[in-house]
Structure formats: C-alpha cells, structure tokens
Write a protein that binds this ligand. Sequence first.
Ligand code: SF4
Length: 433
Amino acid sequence: VDKIRHVVCPYCGCLCDDIMIEVTDGKISGVENACTLGAHKFLDDAGNRLKGPIMRTGDEWVDISYEEAIEFAVKVLSEADRPLLYGWSGCATETQAIGAHLAELIGGVVDSTTSVCHGPSILAIQEVGHPGCTLGQVKNRADTIIYWGSNPIEAHPRHLSRYTNYADAYFLHNAFRERRVIVVDVRKTPTAEIATEFVQLEQGGDYHVLSALRAIIRGRGDIIPDMVAGVPKTQLIRVADMCKKAKFGALFFGVGITMTGGKYKNIRNAIEFVDELNRHTKWTISPMRGHSNVYGSNEVFTWITGYPFAVDYSRGIAFYNPGETTAVDILARKEADAALIMASDPGAHFPRICCEHLAKIPTILFDPYPSATTHLCTLQIPSAVNGIDAAGTAYRMDGIPIRTRKFIETGYPTDTELMEKIYDRIRQVKENA
Ligand code: SF4
C-alpha cells in the first residue's frame, strides 16, 4: 500500500490540501482527512468511470475512439453558427484557458456554472468592490463569523473545522470558546443548529434584514419597525451589537442569498453592510464558492476576455451581458445550435426547456462519469480527473491558486490535451477555409 500525503481534494471550493490517500495496486483504497463528500469523490472513482468515448446513434450508445470523438467535436463546433461552451468549474485552469480561446476562434459563447450560482455576487463586486481576505486570515484572526444563506456543514463540511468554528487560531487564546457564529437562513439548517445566534428570516427577506442592520449600525435603529422580514427588532439590535464588538469578523454568503429575490442587489447590500461595519472594526466578506475550480473560471475568463463569465464572441469581440449571454438564456431562447459541456452537469440543474434544447442539438459532454447530462448528449468523452490522475491549477474559494496533484496513472487523456487537439484542428480548418 502506498500512502500519498498532501493531496488536494478536487470536490468543493475549499480545496482541502491535507488529504492522505492510500493506493493499492494502482487503485485508491483509502482516504484520510477528507469529509464524506471528498472521500466519496476519491473512493467512488474506481470502477465508476466510462471506459472510453460513447456516441449516441439512434437509441443506442456506440463505443468510439478518442480520435473519432475529436473529429466529431471539430466538425460540430467548426460548423456551428452559435455554439455554446458551458461548464468549466470542475476542470483545471489550463483547460479553461483553451475554452476561452476556442470561443473566440469559433465565435461562440463561453459561460461557466457561475451564471447559476455566484454570478450575482460578481455583478455586485463589479459595482462596489470586494473587501475580502484569505481563509488563512479568517482562521487565525476572526472571532465572529456570519454564514448567510449558506449551510457549510452539508455543502462545504470542512470549512468549519479548517477555518472557522472548530479551527485553532493564532491570534485567539481559545478559538472554540471565543468564536461566535451567526447563521442567517430561511430554515434551521445543521449549521444553524451549532450557531451562537440563528436569525431565521422570511424567504426573500435578505435585502430588508441587511438594510435594517445597516441602519442600526449607523445609529438609526429608531426607523426600524418591530419586525423586519420575520426577524424581531430586538434580535437585529443584538446581532448588530455582536458584529460591532468583533475584533475581526468574516461574512460568508452562499446561493441562499445570491439566488433569491433581489439577487445581486442582496450582495451589494451585504458588501455595504460590511463597509458599514468597517467604520467601527475589521470585517471581510467572501462567497462560498461551490465547485472546486469555479473561481478559476472567473479568473481565467477575465484575464483572457475581460469578463468573468457569459462571454459572447458572436460579434468577433467579447460581449458580456448576463441575462442575455448566459447559458440558460441562450438555451431557453433555443439559439444554440451546438454545445460543448465541460466538467459540469446542466442536465441535473438547468430548467427543463434548456435540457430539452440540449437534447435536440449536437451536445458534446466532457465528463469521466455518467451523469444526468449523459441522457441529453450526443457524445460523451471521459478524461482524466483533475486532482486524481491529472495535475493542474485550481482556485480556492478565496482566490488562492493551488496546484492539484496527479497520484495515479490510469491512461486516460487529460481534458487539457483533448481540448488542445480540438482547438488546433479547428484553427487549421478555419485557416484552410
Ligand atoms: Fe473536499 Fe470540500 Fe470536503 Fe474539503 S470540504 S474534503 S475540499 S469536499
């Protein structure tokens, strides 16, 4: 049995880099330090992958070679009028870069899963900035944490043990006793169960509660009614007081606030709430990014195109207008005539009208495992998994780039290699046209 230390978990945006993996006869046989989600990512890997590319012909799946799969992808993408290149949150930044360049080459739209999770956070940050910090700063300094619309015990299980509630802190004597955790949510989640203070608000009441907290911190509690979106004024005053008394506070927010009524205005208000607190003490705010490298897609697309997601090259230049150039909108309008889905599962998350359209057009899926999108696609190409049998760069939820490790050899090509081939061949086709 080989024991491999300091492996990076490629599942969620925490990118825990202290995983220990046991490998027996070239297969993963044990995992230490990972949470349930991360352990399943590693342990279920063996035996669960497609053996090679599969193509839908009529009602049947036919095994084809990687060469045939690349040829099909080149033909479909080079002939399409409005190709959509979507996903990019579970692959390496190296692959994301090729995706952005490919969109420019074929006049397509490149969009990431950001558009259905933290897209509103980015719009708000573009308007009012981002007083953020690294997770290391939170771990070592923060004495007050807010989880707003986020349930890390179920979605990012080690966030609490590595960075907040259960983590040691360099600048706190007894972090576990000294740290206060405030949870704001519409229901009593498992994270709310362990909170110092649980603020239960009405669905869609985030903007109102943030505005009330801002007014209280500004010294205008007199204008607040007795109840705000289901939260008593007395509790709001208590929470505002806890926030002001913090020496270092960190607000983490999830899709429970980005994808509810108010959308990016909620986040803008949350950032301004943190700005308000920064008149009194030190506070930061950070999104709880979901997929392992979804943050990387925003970084890479911004370097290359100038925009973080939903970039449309149909005019020959990068055009960005979320709500118009986002994947769901393009599919719902039935505009896309071909799609490449990289390392994501729109079949499980998109509205039905979008899934139906994906099933009608040639859809090429890059995913090592069968997924809900398998049922919609024309061709599925399995590749090596970033962080298991492929190495690459991924961005943690706080924007820190981390190098993932390859620790077993499986013989699968990486998605970077496959995308490079597709890009080069389409460029040749365009040059010869
Ligand atoms: Fe993996 Fe996330 Fe669990 Fe860490 S918290 S082990 S990155 S799934």
